[in-house]
Design a protein around this ligand. Sequence first.
Ligand SMILES: [Zn+2]
Length: 140
Amino acid sequence: MVSKAFQPVPASEIPDEISGLRMTRQRQHIYRILLQHRDHPTANDVFMRIKDTLPNLSLATVYTCLDAMVKHGIIRQVNFDRGPSRFCPNLAEHGHFHDVTTGIIHDVKFKSGIHLEDVLDLPPGAIIKNVEFTLRGQLS
Ligand SMILES: [Zn+2]
């Protein structure tokens, strides 16, 4: 089960501290980018989007900021195949749909009332603690 202790805030209202992590100006900018463009960017994508606003910010610092936010449960790190890690501010239980035509990765949430135990043939006694799935296809 994904922690629901912290719900993402509007991009305009990022507090000075989230889940015990002090949100420096750099972290606030990076988090705002993740909230505004929910396309699961890589660290390099974030760096490219932020460099006009914070030209002195290095790619290494972007990595460090993203890592700190992942460790504090503010964002999720997601990995697809062998590609670079991507980052997602959606903390609700969800999976991903990878549009192989456009490369865009969409969040996929469960329809309300659907429980995985009802649709999967799990080993007896299995308790799901974390959900991670990726679907591949294309939008028609
Ligand atoms: Zn996601």
